[in-house]
Design a protein around this ligand. Structure first.
Ligand code: ATP
Ligand code: MG
Length: 281
């Protein structure tokens, strides 16, 4: 596809006729995702089908458009590529990079928790991708294991730049997933890039212990635990003091005091455990 033709094909108009549709990969709030093959190049992609009716119902046309433009412009090994899009009368089709390894969430559920090497490798990949985004003035704000996919080599890919703001407010009421939100967000205070740094702390904890740190029976209790930063470390599985140090330096209520992305990359736990190639063995 674009890799072969560069500029020329970026301007090209795609249509459903260009793709052979394969098995369904999953279902989201706004549509379905299928594995697909571009007929001419045989290039494998993921095709995300979104019904226009849904987009109109939730009044997110402009948001979707903006987010699609952002994701198209981002080029980073740990950010899922959006190659292009097209539409027919009823549907919008997003041509996405195919993540053969599926959701990181699936891996986490299967093994319960990750090794320090695996966890550190993913945290480093995420930190590098976020540093790249922040440089381009993009805040993801919706980083959670379901939005982290793995490619065929096990390299982490951040997905779902679309409608992150909209989908979050819906998620709070619909599914009650407050677990990944920073205190300033649950308290509806102004927030900035540092929300992503908080989320890195949450993910690092969840990778190592299998559950997010502020999990509770009810949303109200999770909310209380987040704003108190009621953090404790289980005795099992055993983790190094350096890992706990990094988590403690990220889950800080005052957003200006959280470890910067640069400092995360230089943190002893990362330096010691992360594979800079981003590939976990
Ligand atoms: P949302 O509507 O908020 O995005 P979602 O993340 O659950 O919700 P989708 O992004 O539509 O839904 O994706 C549904 C599922 O399809 C994902 O959870 C994932 O398992 C799979 N999937 C999505 N994109 C890809 C991709 N590029 N490669 C491989 N699998 C994918
Ligand atoms: Mg998704």
């Amino acid at each position: 596809m674009e890799t072969q033709k560069g500029q020329e094909s970026r301007r090209r108009e795609w249509s459903l006729r260009d793709f052979e549709i394969g098995k369904p990969l999953g279902k989201g709030k706004f549509g379905r995702v299928y594995v697909a093959r571009e007929a001419k190049s045989k290039y494998i992609v993921a095709l995300k089908v979104i019904f226009k009716e849904q987009i109109e119902k939730y009044k997110i046309q402009h948001q979707l458009r903006r987010e699609m433009e952002i994701q198209t412009s981002l080029r980073h090994p740990n950010i899922l590529r959006l190659y292009g899009w097209f539409h027919d009368d009823e549907r919008i089709f997003l041509i996405l990079e195919y993540a053969h390894g599926g959701e990181l969430y699936g891996l986490l559920r299967k093994t319960n928790y990750l090794s320090e090497e695996q966890a550190a490798t993913y945290i480093l990949s995420l930190t590098q991708a976020l540093a790249y985004c922040h440089e381009k003035n993009v805040i993801h704000r919706d980083i959670k294991p379901e939005n982290l996919l793995l490619d065929h080599e096990g390299r982490l890919k951040i997905a779902d730049f679309g409608w992150s703001v909209q989908s979050r407010s819906k998620r709070q009421t619909m599914c009650g997933t407050l677990d990944y939100l920073a205190p300033e967000m649950v308290e509806n205070r102004p927030h900035d890039y540092a929300v992503d740094n908080w989320t890195l702390g949450i993910l690092c904890y969840e990778f190592l212990y299998g559950i997010p740190p502020f999990e509770a029976e009810s949303q109200t209790d999770t909310f209380k635990r987040i704003i108190k930063v009621d953090l404790n470390f289980p005795s099992a599985p055993q983790t190094s003091a350096e890992a706990k140090h990094l988590i403690t330096r990220l889950l800080v209520k005052d957003s200006s005091k959280r470890l910067s992305l640069q400092r995360i990359m230089e943190h002893p736990w990362i330096v010691k455990n992360a594979d800079p190639s981003g590939i976990c063995k």
